[in-house]
Design a binder for this molecule. Structure first.
Ligand code: SIN
Length: 517
């Protein structure tokens, strides 16, 4: 029996905790309360080939097409083949997906060739999953630490493991709201700490999405990959907080209009509003630029009030709370940072380059999403790969095959920065469209900045700053446009960049070399 510390309580962390607790001692750590995570806000649903007119092969083909040449085909195959069984497991765990006449109700989202997105509570899929899994985990009476922030991974340099690497993770350092800190020891750490939408001014992510796991991993010299690929959701309500307006709304027939009432997406792509997400996000950004930056309109009025209230009750409430009646009037929408395809490089069981450290969910980069995630594949990825991680927790460590890793020397500036300034810089210069000049200016500014202070807010902002520097580095290096990474100075896709790039933090690699002497 090993002591497993899991950081993060979205679908990936909760599934890992539920499964690992059958054989191991599990400690669950979250910086908020147990139910708070990106998962909770997922609307559209979870994609899986569950129906007779669909197949894992068709799902895999759609996933690879959306990923724009960068998906790892073997990982996609695992995702789409094991996905249906895992979704049935989720149902057995108590998640009640919406049904019609007893059959699972199916939604449609962009770039899917079949209706294969199942949902719960209309547009409250994430909440339904989170609620069921929190209940399952509470029933197991695991050791749970809420309001406990992971500052860093703790590394043991003296261990000798199977491959002769003397470094392995042996715990996490945590900070509590009162400023006290301590170490939680672990045989294995599973990072399930989610994405970093708070890198950007406009995001659909909650405040907790500050990339803490990815930042801790980069400081520990763990391999990261595909950091330049940040997905912008095309349609968030253009109000403070930019709440998500699910792609499923367009899947049901809502259309995008500019201020003049023109359905501009039909000029951009034959699939119009249901083109891949990156295409729609850029189409909207261009339309907004043509009208002085003002939001475009999502017209769902043809769907009817009764349908909108029943199928999308959460969005309906959100619209009403901001004074919009979307049953009669098109609503203003804008793209917003939504999902990070990049993250900590893992193998097919969530193992990272650091012995003892797993990563699952959005914090991980398994390669299934490539350059652009297919809608509603993220809950599925978390479920499938968190499940697989728990199958190998007791096995001897085997490190994923090494790729070429670029080592980056992290910079450290002297000019204090507030989180909002950092977010605005990222939005303006490292957002939906990028250029070498803008990225260079961002790199220079980021190098000057520092985050003083030791509050949890400061530690989160420092994580965002560390990550921003790596994102800019990766975006500068990729001199092409592919998926969510759009360079207006290199508008074409290039064969020279038809692969994933890994990087790691230099300071820690040096520490590793010293530890090995
Ligand atoms: C949405 O409901 O549009 C979000 C689904 C996703 O990001 O996968």
């Amino acid at each position: 029996m090993a002591r497993i510390v899991i950081v993060g309580t979205g679908i990936a962390g909760l599934i890992a905790a539920y499964r690992a607790s059958a054989e191991h001692d599990v400690v669950l750590v979250t910086k908020a309360d147990l139910g708070e995570s990106n998962t909770k806000y997922a609307q559209g649903g979870i994609a899986a080939a569950l129906f007779p007119d669909d197949s894992p092969r068709a799902h895999a083909a759609d996933t690879v097409r959306a990923g724009d040449g960068l998906c790892d085909a073997a990982m996609v195959d695992i995702l789409c083949t094991e996905g249906p069984g895992r979704v049935r497991d989720l149902i057995a765990l108590g998640v009640e997906f919406d049904r019609v006449n007893g059959e699972l109700e199916r939604g449609h989202e962009a770039a899917h060739s079949a209706r294969r997105v199942i949902h719960a509570g209309g547009d409250a899929t994430g909440l339904a999953i989170e609620t069921a899994l929190v209940a399952a985990v509470r029933y197991l009476a695991l050791e749970v630490h809420e309001n406990t922030f992971m500052r860093d991974l703790v590394i043991d340099d003296s261990d000798v493991d199977q491959i002769g690497d003397r470094r392995r993770v042996c715990g996490i350092e945590v900070v509590h709201g009162d400023g006290g800190s301590r170490v939680i020891d672990a045989d294995i750490v599973i990072l399930a700490s989610g994405g970093a939408g708070q890198l950007y001014t406009h995001t659909t992510n909650p405040l907790v999405a500050t990339g803490d796991g990815t930042a801790a991993a980069l400081r520990a010299g763990v391999e990261l990959a595909d950091l330049e690929f940040y997905q912008f959701h095309p349609t968030a309500l253009a109000v403070p907080g930019t709440p998500l307006v699910s792609e499923a709304v367009r899947g049901e027939g809502a259309v995008l209009l500019d201020e003049a009432g023109h359905r501009f997406m039909m000029d951009v792509h034959p699939d119009g509003e249901l083109a891949p997400r990156d295409v729609v996000a850029r189409g909207i950004a261009a339309a907004m630029a043509r009208q002085g930056g003002r939001p475009v309109l999502l017209d769902a009025t043809t769907l009817g009030r009764e349908f909108l209230e029943q199928r999308f009750p959460g969005i309906d409430r959100s619209c009403a709370a901001h004074g919009f009646d979307w049953a009669t009037t098109p609503i203003p929408v804008t793209p917003a940072a939504h999902y990070w395809m990049g993250g900590i490089r893992t193998d097919a069981h969530g193992r990272t380059s650091l012995p003892g450290l797993f990563a699952v969910g959005e914090v991980a980069c398994t390669g299934v999403h490539g350059a652009n995630r297919l809608a509603s594949n993220s809950l599925l990825e978390s479920l499938v790969f968190a499940w697989r991680a728990t199958d190998v927790l007791g096995d001897p460590w085997s490190t994923p095959g090494r790729r070429d890793v670029t080592v980056i020397e992290p910079t450290s500036g002297t000019q204090p920065v507030e989180r909002g300034q950092l977010q605005q810089l990222m939005w303006d210069l490292v957002g939906i469209e990028r250029t070498a000049d803008g990225l260079g200016a961002a790199a220079a500014q980021l190098a000057r900045w520092t985050v003083p202070g030791e509050s949890i807010h400061d530690l989160e902002t420092r994580n965002l700053l560390d990550l921003a520097r790596f994102v800019v580095f990766a975006a500068l290096r990729r001199e092409e446009s592919r998926g969510a990474h759009s360079r207006t100075d290199f508008p074409e896709m290039s064969e020279d960049f038809a692969s994933s790039f890994d990087c790691a933090g230099a300071v820690n690699v040096r520490q590793k070399a010293e530890a090995l002497q």
